[in-house]
Design a protein around this ligand. Structure first.
Ligand SMILES: NC(=O)c1ccc[n+]([C@@H]2O[C@H](COP(=O)([O-])OP(=O)(O)OC[C@H]3O[C@@H](n4cnc5c(N)ncnc54)[C@H](OP(=O)(O)O)[C@@H]3O)[C@@H](O)[C@H]2O)c1
Length: 253
């Protein structure tokens, strides 16, 4: 048993069906946690993430929730908060992106991204975090972004939401650290997932991005595994309100 061991813990991972969330769920399971996976279109049975978690010998539960629907998010929070088995780790990772220049960025795109990437994250964390505060223990991990620090190009709603996640991480950490709850965020760099497919498909953007990554490669979803397990574990007991970049050195450049 080490400080990184998560045996017996229950983790909720949102956006667990693919990409970064799937890798985070697998990493937490391999460290010992049972997983509740949440996403908009998570298959009832046989999902990739369910297979990963059960292959690691841990229990997996599927919840399908559309974060674009505020009432559905409130219902999810109430469900999780009312359960006999409490949530030990909440990974707020689900997210979407809309790429359109600011002058043409529609209200619909702005509102969708703010709802899915920020409003839903707060509503769910408020509900589950309250149970952690009551118990005097718990871990909340947000998936932030380089665009929690930088402006990005043609993604104003996404950047605003991810800056919001940075502020929310610190605000919740301030309130909940005295109650034994760690609230932190991971800021992934450029990771090859569906979220960045348009950038990967654009030779000019793709090259410009690669040229300024000191590690000289795009990240992959598994690059987030170590930081996720660390922040979810007792090893991170005294870490509060941090945005941990996992970016191949991008921000340090
Ligand atoms: N890739 C990167 O370079 C990068 C960099 C920084 C931050 N991030 C952040 O990392 C997180 C995961 O992104 P990813 O790269 O893994 O992207 P992805 O492959 O597109 O996966 C996104 C996940 O979020 C879920 N999701 C999207 N909209 C949702 C909704 N309305 N309701 C519920 N779930 C929803 C998806 O569910 P379904 O599968 O069911 O559709 C999917 O599981 C996001 O917060 C993203 O902003 C990514």
């Amino acid at each position: 048993m080490t400080a990184f061991d998560l045996t017996g813990r229950l983790a909720v991972v949102t956006g667990a069906r693919r990409g970064i969330g799937r890798a985070m769920a697998r990493a937490l399971a391999e460290a010992g946690a049972d997983i509740i996976g949440v996403s908009a279109s998570l298959e009832e049975t046989g999902s990739d993430v369910a297979k990963d978690v059960t292959a690691a010998g841990r229990h997996f539960e599927t919840i399908r929730t559309d974060f674009a629907d505020p009432q559905a998010v409130r219902d999810l929070g109430a469900d999780l908060a009312a359960r006999e088995r409490p949530v030990d780790i909440l990974v707020n990772n689900a997210g979407t992106i809309r790429r359109t220049p600011a002058a043409q960025h529609s209200d619909a795109d702005w509102e969708l991204v703010l709802q899915v990437n920020l409003n839903a994250q707060f509503a769910l964390t408020r509900a589950v975090g309250a149970t952690m505060v009551d118990r005097g223990r718990g871990k909340v991990i947000f998936t932030a972004s380089l665009l929690s620090f930088q402006g990005g190009i043609t993604v104003p709603g996404y950047t605003a939401a991810k800056h919001g996640i940075a502020g929310l991480t610190k605000a919740l950490a301030n309130e909940w650290a005295p109650h034994g709850v760690n609230v932190n965020a991971i800021a992934p760099g450029y990771i090859a997932t569906d979220n960045t497919q348009a950038l990967q498909d654009d030779p000019a953007r793709s090259k410009a991005i690669l040229d300024r990554i000191p590690a000289a490669r795009w990240g992959n979803a598994d690059d987030l595994a170590g930081a996720t397990v660390f922040l979810a574990s007792d090893a991170a007991a005294y870490i509060h309100g941090v945005l941990l970049p996992v970016d191949g050195g991008w921000l340090g450049r």
